[in-house]
Write a protein that binds this ligand. Structure first.
Ligand SMILES: *Cc1c(COP(=O)(O)O)cnc(C)c1O
Length: 367
């Protein structure tokens, strides 16, 4: 049996007739930039998440760049964030000429550890940027409490956590701005790059809408320098069709996770994902903590079983950030986990036979 990390073909087969109908409408309308489907998708997302404003843009990375810009954070400013995340979390801060200040993560949830945030606050700190890693919402009440006491803004990088909740409240609805990615491997994936900002604040929404079109308004008059970062009409049409299936897909991922939990929990040398009782995760990834991780990877590869390390090098140790002086030992939890985490296939279309094969292969390794 061969098992990939993600199988987009299964989704494609089922939805393609409807997606093609929607795409035909876009092509015939010739409104390739900011066509009707963009607004329709934004409104549908507002309803889905229960957030007042949804602003589509070109990628999850751009959503973060736009969010930092809309909050007027730049040169000389600092944003507290996690080093255990995809690169774009920190690069969005850097590209606005501000500095990411890394704070270590909770060893169980892999999310920003609220108890370590206050020690990192300086007079230059302007915001906190938590990431809902692998689909699990961070402890947002704790983070919002710190932010309020220190007068800081909050940007939720929710690229991996669309539809996840904390105490039944939607991720993206806690902070000043939440961001989403529709990269094809996210739970709601486009057929190319796409992203979105969410906010309940009317002024921030207006700023984001202006920033995504070169800071323009009225046309050819520029109050500030923005980006060219719109949600493509073609991608909006695809996402409109897919959004109807998102809840079922995330539910299927949770069912798959429950199967793994049942069969992998007892294995010596392995820790299954910890989900906080207050959180409902969407399992963008199912990530184990594994002793002899690299050997296990080799073993699984020999069995034609895909697996992946998210992420092998914490961001404070990335070469591009070397001028900030981050070094080994600064973020011990992230550094240790970078050597031990392993994500295994969790996509909704996995069958029980496939999951059993994964479980058997892992069990065999540790026996
Ligand atoms: C995917 C991802 C992004 C970037 O999204 P793109 O759409 O690929 O630009 C940002 N942050 C995190 C945590 C991500 O996983």
């Amino acid at each position: 049996m061969k098992i990939p990390m993600l199988d987009l073909h299964a989704q494609y087969e089922a939805l393609m007739p409807e997606i093609r109908r929607q795409l035909d409408k876009v092509f015939a309308s010739h409104h390739y930039i900011m066509g009707a489907q963009v607004k329709e998708f934004e409104e549908k997302m507002q309803g889905y998440l229960g957030i007042k404003h949804a602003i589509g843009c070109a990628s999850g990375t751009d959503a973060l760049v736009l969010a930092v810009k809309a909050l007027q954070i730049g040169q000389g400013d600092e944003i507290i964030t996690t080093p255990f995340t995809f690169f774009a979390t920190a690069s969005s801060i850097w590209r606005n000429h501000a500095r990411p200040v890394f704070v270590d993560i909770d060893p169980k949830t892999f999310n920003l550890d609220p108890s370590k945030i206050e020690a990192a606050i300086t007079p230059n700190t302007k915001a906190i940027m938590p990431v809902h890693l692998f689909g699990q919402c961070s402890d947002m009440p704790a983070i919002m409490d710190i932010a309020r006491r220190h007068n800081l803004k909050v940007i939720e990088d929710n690229a991996q956590g669309i539809g996840s909740t904390w105490d039944n409240k939607m991720s993206c609805s806690f902070g000043d701005i939440g961001t989403l990615s529709f990269f094809p491997s996210k739970n709601l994936g486009a057929m190319g790059d796409a992203g979105m900002c969410l906010t309940n604040d009317d002024d921030l929404a207006a700023a984001l809408r202006q920033l995504r079109v070169h800071g323009e308004g009225p046309k050819y008059y520029h109050k500030c320098v923005g980006l060219n970062s719109r949600l493509d009409t073609v991608q909006a049409a695809v996402l409109l069709v897919k959004l109807d299936h998102l809840a079922a897909w995330s539910k299927a991922r949770r069912a798959n996770a429950a199967f793994y939990d049942r069969h992998l929990a007892g294995i010596d040398g392995l820790t299954t994902p910890y989900i906080d009782p207050k959180a409902q995760t969407i399992y963008n990834q199912y990530t184990l903590i594994a002793s002899r991780r690299d050997e296990l990877m080799q073993h699984l590869k020999k069995k034609d079983l895909a697996c992946a390390v998210y992420y092998p090098l914490p961001l404070h140790l990335q070469e591009c950030f070397s001028e900030m002086g981050g070094k080994q030992g600064d973020m011990p939890v992230s550094e240790e986990l970078a050597e031990k985490v392993l994500s295994i296939p969790i996509y909704p279309e996995l069958t029980e036979d496939m999951q059993q094969y994964v479980v058997d292969s892992i069990t065999e390794f540790y026996r």
